[in-house]
Design a protein around this ligand. Structure first.
Ligand code: PEP
Ligand code: MG
Length: 315
């Protein structure tokens, strides 16, 4: 029955009572884009641009970048493509954007912090993205990684607009930004929760350490509370909030996230059918009840088991 339901599901993400939740792909380059572009999904919610340049030994030129971005955008036609500017540093070192060794790389000069120290790299990337967006007609939206403050969001948004790109967003993956999301999102057009880093920083557990995986579990009630606070802030400010961490591809967690108020879920493309099915079996009020139940749990395991028991059994 589950296999039939999975196979028959098509079209945009929507709850049983008609509430839309966009289903998007996480991609890391041209090959991923070509594969995902042919699938039944609504676009890209996270293009991790640093993946393209992991082996580059010098900074790519504007034209070199523009050519890659054109190839990434084309398979999506007029669908949305959310591009994250270089998230270099920590677990993703780039040879041409290396500020030297750090004692605590995950807490160091990574993501937008590195862009602030090397603004010429950010400007070249934004220029290339603007060229490729114009050449392809794609619905390109640009977001910054590792934003912690209102000032950082405002600085990024100004640079995005100066480069003629229409939409600026921020990843919400630092608890400080999540708790203050109403103020942070007031500076930009949208937010996207990075639950991988948000769990790492909320639980003070290095995501590179497999031995800490229980702490990094996005079902941790503290992580759900921080996500809920971020969604409340987005609602206050009237900005859409998505999720692009791995949690978006867990069908039960996708229901909880929908109940908390997110309007898009971006995941490994292979996860889209099961998340679409999960949404189609539940109404928005049911998702809200699942979210409330998860947040009353004392432990991650209890949150998961509570939602599993209350959700439709096909999942
Ligand atoms: C995240 O932190 O959840 C995220 C989507 O970004 P990355 O995994 O690339 O850090
Ligand atoms: Mg991240």
């Amino acid at each position: 029955r589950r296999a039939d339901a999975l196979a028959s599901g098509r079209g945009p993400g929507v709850t049983r009572d008609g509430h839309p939740v966009a289903l998007l792909a996480n991609i890391g380059g041209v090959q991923d884009a070509e594969a995902a572009g042919g699938l039944d999904l609504e676009g890209v919610g996270l293009f991790r641009t640093e993946f393209v340049f992991l082996s580059a030994d010098r900074a790519p030129t504007v034209e070199e970048q523009a050519e890659i971005y054109r190839q990434v955008f084309r398979p999506f036609g007029d669908r949305r493509v959310v591009v994250r500017t270089l998230d270099a540093g920590a677990d993703k070192p780039l040879a041409f954007a290396d500020l030297g060794p750090e004692e605590n790389p995950a807490l160091g000069r990574r993501g937008l912090r590195l862009s602030a120290e090397r603004p010429e790299l950010l400007d070249a990337q934004l220029e290339a993205l603007a060229v490729a967006a114009k050449d392809t007609g794609a619905d390109v939206r640009v977001m910054a990684p590792m934003v912690a403050t209102v000032e950082e969001a405002a600085w990024f948004a100004r640079r995005v607009r100066e480069n003629g790109l229409p939409k600026a967003g921020v990843m919400i993956e630092v608890p400080g930004a999540a708790l203050r999301s109403a103020h942070v999102l007031a500076e930009v057009d949208f937010g996207s929760l990075g639950t991988n880093d948000l769990a790492q920083y909320t639980m003070a557990a290095d995501r590179m350490q497999g031995a800490l995986s229980d702490l990094l579990d996005p079902w941790q009630p503290a992580v759900l509370d921080v996500v809920a606070a971020a969604c409340d802030g987005a609602r206050t400010t009237g900005r859409p909030m998505g999720v692009c961490g791995e949690s978006a591809g867990d069908p039960l967690l996708a229901l909880v996230l929908t109940g908390l108020g997110v309007s898009s879920l971006s995941m490994a493309p292979s996860k889209v059918p099961v998340v679409r099915l999960a949404l189609s079996l539940h109404t928005l009020p049911e998702c809200q009840a699942l979210a409330a139940a998860a947040r009353t749990a004392a432990t991650a395991r209890e949150a998961l088991e509570t939602v599993r028991a209350a959700a439709r059994s096909e999942l």
